[in-house]
Design a protein. Structure first.
Length: 197
């Protein structure tokens, strides 16, 4: 075997090793970046209580993020509720500047004079019982309450309307956007109920 052939083979194997090291380094770097994104951009939260039944159950785990802008009507959000001194999971009904009317006589929730379609509610939740009047809302008549959502706030309700402390109560009230920890994107546990929210 000539010196040239031996040198070429050695150089070739050196190149393959270098290439593999480059690939490995890129993979480790990519993995590190993905882990950073997962740690800082997404959080895992456990649902506590019955206020979001039948949509979410006590013990369900959610993947949440605040990367996708302010919450929109219909989003499920996780809120750091100072009035209750705990984290709560609720559905966004209205955003800043919108007017919510809850009509207990007809079991409807309207936003800006349009009754919202709430397919996510169970039959028992559609039959709402009158709740405590929130300080910033006012009574239209004895079965009807109106709330005007202030700037930088959202109005939230639980899907289990008769067992939910939400924006109808002064302990929660209008939720400031600064108190929203994130929007729920996926239910990740239990595994047989994994789903997009």
């Amino acid at each position: 075997m000539s010196k040239n052939n031996s040198y070429n083979k050695s150089e070739e194997s050196h190149t393959i090793v270098d290439e593999m090291l480059d690939w490995g380094e890129s993979f480790v770097f990519s993995l590190f970046i993905m882990l950073l994104i997962m740690i800082f951009a997404f959080k895992q939260i456990e649902v506590s209580g019955e206020s979001m039944e039948e949509t979410l159950l006590d013990g369900d785990r959610l993947l949440i993020s605040n990367l996708f802008g302010s919450p929109k009507q219909g989003d499920v959000v996780v809120v750091n509720c100072k009035g209750l001194d705990k984290t709560i999971v609720k559905r966004v009904i209205a955003t800043a500047g919108q007017t919510v009317v809850i009509d207990y006589a007809n079991d409807t929730v309207s936003v800006d004079d349009k009754v919202i379609k709430e397919d996510y509610l169970s039959a028992s939740s559609k039959n709402m019982k009158i709740s405590v009047l929130f300080d910033s809302g006012y009574m239209i008549d004895k079965n009807c309450y109106k709330y005007v959502v202030p700037e930088n706030c959202i109005f939230v309700l639980g899907d289990n309307r008769n067992n939910s402390t939400d924006s109808r109560f002064s302990s929660v009230g209008f939720v400031n956007l600064d108190d929203v920890m994130g929007t729920a994107l996926f239910r990740i546990y239990p595994f047989d109920k994994m789903s997009k929210l």
